[in-house]
Design a protein around this ligand. Structure first.
Ligand code: HEC
Length: 119
């Protein structure tokens, strides 16, 4: 499968940021408002997956504060945001959010729930 150019660019940005000690290039303040508008209804105000719409879903929203989510890399989380998660209500936000907004919202998530990557 051919990698879409925006994703390739994001990959370059992220590989660089991983090298630079996991510095996320996003504005967490801007990311908070993206989160409140687009994500809160499922992932909840505390990022724990208990948003107002979560009861209606067959697959529960991820608890973004969990050990599982925190041990994922920025890249893995970004792919989930950008591409969505297959067979789940987590749809793709590509086209709905700009690349910058996706970085912002990731930065917001990481500011509340910092990465815990041991390897
Ligand atoms: C319609 C409900 C819904 C909305 C809206 C939603 N999500 Fe999700 N999200 C989910 C579900 C459900 C999963 C879990 C899928 C699974 O368990 O595999 C998920 C998974 C994720 C993951 C993967 C977590 C992991 O540990 O792999 C991330 C990151 C994420 N969402 C971020 C976001 C962001 C950022 C937004 C807003 C831009 C958002 N989501 C909006 C339902 C939603």
């Amino acid at each position: 499968m051919k990698t879409p150019p925006t994703l390739a660019l994001l990959f370059v940005a992220f590989s660089t940021s991983v090298v630079l000690a996991q510095v996320i290039r996003g504005d967490s303040k801007a990311g908070q408002s993206v989160y409140e508008q687009q994500c809160l209804r499922c992932h909840g105000a505390n990022l724990d997956g208990s948003g107002p719409d979560s009861q209606d879903l067959i697959v529960q929203p991820a608890d973004l504060r969990s050990q599982i989510s925190r041990s994922k890399t920025d890249w893995e989380l970004l792919v989930a945001i950008s591409n969505g998660v297959l067979f789940s209500p987590m749809h793709s936000f590509r086209g709905k959010l700009t690349d910058e907004q996706m970085l912002d919202v990731l930065s917001y998530i990481r500011s509340i729930s910092p990465p815990n990557i041991t390897s």
